[in-house]
Design a protein around this ligand. Structure first.
Ligand SMILES: Cc1cc2nc3c(=O)[nH]c(=O)nc-3n(C[C@H](O)[C@H](O)[C@H](O)COP(=O)(O)OP(=O)(O)OC[C@H]3O[C@@H](n4cnc5c(N)ncnc54)[C@H](O)[C@@H]3O)c2cc1C
Length: 489
């Protein structure tokens, strides 16, 4: 029987969920606070420079392919993918860089130069990571994770033991390598995408497999093309969108949702799926007695980092690859400043994405678009002078390490931080990518996709299963749509 379904928020997860539901003949309306779709996948265009404002690493292309295939489409119907080579360059210090080569033989040779036998160790590490990846994609990611029984029933439990999925990734990496630079390179995805490596389960070595073997890709038109593609899929199956309509209340009738209220307009629905930040939905839109989690539950969660971002337009060409990591300062100290004693870091690691290296359309002919990301703790006091201090610091470190002038060529510069995440996305504590990928926040230990007290209210997105990132957001949309449809039956 067809239902009227409201989705709160048009992030990737919300649009994916809406698409699956509409494809199955439900009448779906997505109501979005902002004036356009895509959530964290926005773009900024100024003075001839176009920046992707959020994500920049297109990893796990198989997950995007599988989403489009579910709607009879292929990725190439929407954008072309180009593999970035090197995947990234790490600047460890003066005249000390390492390129992550696409060619695995070349990469192993380079690793052998850093540590004897590291090339062979990489192969073993990646073989193991491949098995973990397959287990994660086939057995973990698409589970609703409403109960641990989902995992105990399957043959997964046997594999969990054999693959050491829950051993800390920091130890797992050190089982294979001892060179500090190799260790940092393999630990970086955990730090950027979620948690201290010592708190991250080895399961997430799948990110190393995704990065090194499956590759880092760039979609034509930039990452915003992904949001546009998912929006087009949603429209093609009949999803309605309402923009500029922040929802401030989920309307209840007894223990059932009957719709939502957005700036004085009410929308009726048989089912509501919330894609907006989970904490915001519960704490701001629902009466206390109907919330899944209390404020103290949230304050005890480990959030993934927030980010201080800079969008920089340069009026000349610079020598830097598409993706670069600046690891010239203490990795462990920065991790502690994010997770152990949250504070503004002294000398943070940072990351840059210079998309004009792969895409001539995003900058004037003789210029560059440069995106800079510093991972920082959530819930910090975000002031203009703090942002400026870090901007000056990272630009002068870049000048030193890449041996070229950058500051003199800045034609355009904008920053983005905690305050913007909160005002644009109602993000809890200004988080950039949801909950950290720690052991105790994995699978059935994440906030649940179903409200425990209201049978027709669901949650999708980066704060629930499977977790942060664009591919998990698409998967989350599918998992929740499947759950809604199975509950309707
Ligand atoms: C700086 C940054 C870098 C990142 N880098 C990468 C990367 O390189 N690779 C990668 O794969 N992932 C990356 N991510 C993570 C990825 O972007 C997210 O995990 C994913 O996009 C989350 O999608 P979502 O649908 O869960 O949430 P969101 O995108 O946050 O969507 C939620 C939607 O709900 C809306 N909303 C909020 N409140 C209301 C309300 N009251 N009423 C109506 N609507 C509301 C919001 O406006 C938003 O549109 C990055 C994220 C950031 C911020």
């Amino acid at each position: 029987m067809s239902k009227d379904i409201i989705v709160v928020g048009s992030g990737l997860a919300g649009m994916a969920c809406a698409s699956y539901l509409a494809k199955n003949n439900h009448s779906v309306t997505v109501i979005e606070k902002n004036s356009t779709y895509g959530g964290r996948l926005q773009s900024i265009s100024k003075n001839g420079y176009t920046f992707d404002s959020g994500p920049s690493w297109y990893w796990m292309p198989d997950i995007f392919d599988s989403f489009f295939a579910d709607f009879g489409k292929s990725t190439s119907d929407f954008y072309d993918l180009k593999r970035i080579n090197p995947g990234y360059r790490v600047y460890f210090g003066d005249d000390d860089t390492f390129d992550l080569e696409e060619d695995l033989i070349l990469l192993k040779n380079r690793l052998d130069d850093l540590e004897e036998g590291a090339g062979d160790s990489l192969q073993k590490y990646l073989d193991d990571a491949k098995e973990k990846y397959n287990v994660a994609v086939q057995k973990f990611m698409y589970k609703p994770s409403l109960s641990p029984l989902e995992y105990i029933k399957s043959d997964l439990i046997k594999r969990i033991g054999r693959l050491n999925l829950f051993r800390p990734i920091s130890k797992h990496i050190r089982d294979h390598f001892s060179d500090p630079k190799i260790i940092q390179m393999l630990e970086f995805p955990s730090l950027l995408l979620g948690a201290k490596p010592s708190d991250t389960p080895a399961l997430y070595s799948i990110m190393n497999y995704a990065d090194i073997v499956l590759g880092t890709w760039y979609p034509s038109g930039g990452i915003r093309s992904v949001a546009k593609a998912v929006y087009e899929v949603a429209r093609s199956v009949g999803v309605n969108f309402v923009f500029d309509s922040p929802i401030d209340e989920i309307l209840l009738q007894g223990k059932k949702v009957k719709g939502v209220m957005a700036t004085g307009n009410s929308y009726n629905g048989d089912i509501v799926v919330a894609n907006a930040d989970y904490h915001h939905v519960e704490q701001k839109m629902l009466p206390k007695k109907f919330r899944n989690y209390s404020e103290s539950y949230w304050s005890n969660r480990t959030m993934s980092p927030s980010a201080l971002l800079f969008y920089v337009g340069l009026n000349n060409k610079i020598e830097i690859p598409h993706h670069a990591l600046f690891f010239d300062t203490d990795f462990n100290q920065h991790a502690k400043d994010i997770y152990d004693h949250p504070k503004w870091p002294e000398s943070p690691l940072f990351y840059t994405s210079c998309t004009s290296k792969s895409d001539p359309n995003v900058a004037p002919e003789s210029g560059e678009t440069l995106f800079i990301l510093i991972p920082v703790a959530t819930n910090l006091i975000d002031k203009e002078e703090t942002r400026k201090k870090y901007f000056d610091q990272v630009i002068s470190r870049m000048e030193l390490l890449t041996k070229q002038k950058i500051a003199d060529h800045i034609e355009f510069y904008e920053s983005y931080g905690h305050k913007n995440f909160i005002s644009d996305f109602n993000s809890f504590q200004g988080n950039a990518y949801g909950l950290a990928n720690t052991l105790f926040q994995t699978a059935f230990l994440k906030p649940k996709i179903k409200n425990k007290k209201i049978s027709n209210l669901y949650y999708t997105g980066q704060l629930t299963v499977p977790g942060p990132g664009m591919p998990p957001a698409l998967v989350s949309g599918k998992v929740v749509a499947d759950q809604v449809m199975s509950d309707i039956k």
